[in-house]
Design a protein around this ligand. Structure first.
Ligand code: NAG
Ligand code: NAG
Ligand code: NAG
Ligand code: NAG
Ligand code: NAG
Ligand code: NAG
Ligand code: NAG
Ligand code: NAG
Ligand code: NAG
Ligand code: CU
Length: 549
């Protein structure tokens, strides 16, 4: 039997005095081929001729340097998902917001001081390019872990398509409904292996040991649920925020989300147990609705009988999984940060509709995002007092200007029949409320003193979520749906945070940043169109929702 590439580490249940060190990665980003679904060879984007890209391990206090060379025939970038990039906005990797993209044959060196610990990931932030394979876990260890465990395993979960991300975008943005609704039939990948290989994914457990499983959902779309028969999951971390334990039989992760769970092994080797990492397909229009069960094994002994969920009649299955919605709102963070208040209140209506270009778009408040010609960071840095006028960033950038240190409350109303995970750059959301929009909430619930925080929040279908953050990180930060195709359909916006403070907070821009723009023929100053003042002629605005939708 094939032993899958699970990344295991030695015990960390003691105080680590790892010296701060420079971690330098030289990455040639290029095409290679792989057969992730076990059946079809396809072109994927790998690093240094290999795919999947290597897992990155760092310690708090390290400096992480990634020398990225683009060997693709299109631009690329690297976003360190979950890192705040405080003072290094230009290393956030968000093409259109903080950089022009690394041109073909160009390079960019991303440098950051590692200040946050937990489970993160690095991925391309150029269109939906990460769906072609340019994504990898980033594990950051603190000096002292809050919980003791014997071993850890990283499980990167993903709904994989045997298709190029551009094809999928073209399909979703087709003017033909029949084309749009063609099913996608994703394959579940665990650590970049899938298809029939998924069933032989083995997690080797030793009796009595405690394991930390780091789960990451790196899908371009879809929601994943995870559970192990007859084992509870003690959730201890969400998106790099350590928490008090919440015990659940199963957990769901939306695209972009991460969680760490502690699992205590049985005291005997009598049985092996099925684990589940299933794609929920019910949240994507055009995707086949049936759930596709994919199951691996928690193995105690090679020949032990396997406990699998069995049908017990009446459509019922004997399983310890409940698949209840995993509500993160009652989680309690270890590090207590008081809830921000409300200086600015921002309602965002999420709606999918057919627009007047006959394509299906998704939008916040009916405004479909599309990156500006000039990345918004350059506009903020070069337009002086005009940086306070949202107009200069371009209509489709959906810019919202924030004052330094103001407390922002964002109310996301999801009118769709699909769930969406929203990710904010440069911050964590404080989770205040989540509810369904059919029921009028009677009382405005006051935030708990120290709400749970995370960088990607799920807003289920026909539901709302209210989140807050403090504008304490001057810079240009995107907020968008992490089902990356929805981002490209328009479900994104930009916070221009503290324009007056951005210059001091970012300091001198790296030379390469400007060089890369020049190579791509993109201006690096002025308004969204690279011109002065409010001369925004030809700044794209539409499409607009068709009346009656
Ligand atoms: C990149 O470099 C390769 C090898 O030198 C060359 O063949 C190719 O044309 C270059 N591509 C671009 C876009 O400059
Ligand atoms: C990292 O921290 C050092 C020491 O505080 C500082 O000098 C340097 O500018 C920081 N680098 C980045 C990329 O933030
Ligand atoms: C794994 O095995 C289960 C049970 O035999 C089966 O229902 C499922 O389709 C298999 N999954 C894959 C990806 O082959
Ligand atoms: C990952 O998230 C996507 C979208 O939020 C979801 O459809 C998919 O099922 C998730 N996968 C896992 C393994 O949680
Ligand atoms: C294993 O045995 C120990 C000692 O008897 C007990 O405390 C623990 O609860 C047992 N663990 C499980 C998972 O049954
Ligand atoms: C369900 O599975 C457990 C463990 O395999 C077994 O002990 C129990 O008898 C089963 N229940 C039914 C109704 O089949
Ligand atoms: C978006 O457009 C739809 C259809 O025209 C309309 O019903 C809805 O009120 C609009 N929403 C916002 C926030 O403007
Ligand atoms: C950014 O750094 C400033 C200054 O150290 C600090 O006050 C602020 O809380 C930081 N913000 C984030 C999101 O890390
Ligand atoms: C930016 O730094 C300059 C020079 O140190 C200082 O004079 C100015 O007050 C600072 N601006 C802000 C908004 O902090
Ligand atoms: Cu979405």
């Amino acid at each position: 039997m094939l032993r899958l590439g699970l990344y295991c580490y030695a015990a960390l249940s003691f105080v680590l005095f790892a010296a701060a060190k420079p971690v330098v990665l030289n990455w040639d980003i290029g095409y290679t081929s792989a057969k992730p679904d076990g059946k079809n060879d396809r072109r994927v984007i790998g690093i240094n001729g290999k795919w999947p890209p290597p897992v990155v391990n760092v310690n708090v206090g390290d400096t992480l340097t990634i020398n990225a060379n683009n060997r693709l025939d299109e631009p690329t970038s690297l976003h360190t998902h979950g890192f705040f990039q405080n003072g290094t906005n230009y290393y956030d990797g968000a093409v259109g917001a903080t950089e022009c993209g690394i041109p073909p044959n160009g390079s960019y060196t991303y440098r950051m001081n590692v200040t946050q610990s937990g489970t993160f990931w690095i991925h391309s932030h150029y269109l939906a390019q990460y769906v072609d394979g340019l994504r990898t876990p980033l594990i950051s260890k603190p000096a002292v872990e809050h919980y003791k465990y014997d071993e850890e395993m990283v499980l990167m979960l993903e709904a994989w398509y045997n298709r190029n991300s551009h094809d999928i975008n073209d399909q979703l943005l087709s003017t033909s409904e029949a084309t749009r609704l063609k099913p996608f039939l994703p394959t579940m990948l665990i650590n970049s292996r899938g298809g029939s290989d998924v069933n032989i994914t083995k997690l080797s457990f030793k009796p009595g040991k405690k394991y930390r499983l780091r789960l990451l959902n790196v899908s371009g779309t879809g929601m994943i649920r995870f559970g192990i028969e007859h084992h509870m999951l003690d959730v201890i971390e969400l998106d790099g925020v350590d928490s008090e334990i919440k015990s659940v039989p199963s957990i769901q992760l939306s695209a972009g989300q991460r969680a760490s769970v502690l699992v205590t092994a049985k005291n005997n080797t009598d049985y092996n147990y099925a684990f589940h990492a299933d794609i929920f397909t019910d949240m994507q229009a055009g995707v086949e609705r049936a759930e596709i069960p994919h199951t691996g094994t928690v193995e105690y002994a090679p020949n032990a009988p396997m406990i699998v969920p069995v049908s017990i009649g009446n459509g019922k299955t004997n399983t310890t999984m409940t698949w209840d919605f995993f509500d993160d709102i009652d989680m309690v963070p270890i590090e207590k940060i008081p809830s921000p208040g409300v200086n600015k209140w921002m309602p965002l209506e999420v709606r999918t509709a057919i627009y007047d270009d006959r394509r299906e778009h998704m939008a916040f408040n009916n405004r479909t995002y599309w990156p500006p010609l000039v990345p918004s960071l350059f506009t903020a840095l070069t337009t002086g007092y005009q940086a306070y006028f949202p107009d200069v960033y371009g209509f489709k950038t959906y810019p919202v200007i924030l004052d330094h240190l103001e407390d922002v409350e964002v109310a996301i109303f999801n009118t769709d029949t699909n769930s969406h995970p929203f990710h904010i750059h440069g911050h964590n959301f404080f989770i205040i409320v989540r509810g369904t929009i059919d029921k009028n909430p009677k009382n405005r619930r006051e935030a708990v003193s120290f709400p749970m925080r995370r960088d990607t929040i799920t807003v289920p279908a026909q539901s709302y979520a209210i989140v807050r953050f403090r504008a304490d990180n001057p810079g240009v930060w995107m907020m968008h749906c992490h089902m990356q195709f929805h981002n490209d359909q328009g479900l994104a916006m930009t916070f221009i945070e503290a324009p007056y403070q951005i210059i001091n907070n970012t300091g001198k821009l790296p030379d390469q940043l400007l060089k890369n723009c020049n190579a791509l023929g993109i201006p690096t100053s002025g308004n969204a169109m690279g011109r002065l003042g409010l001369d925004l002629a030809n700044d794209p605005r539409g499409p607009y929702p068709l009346a009656g939708f």
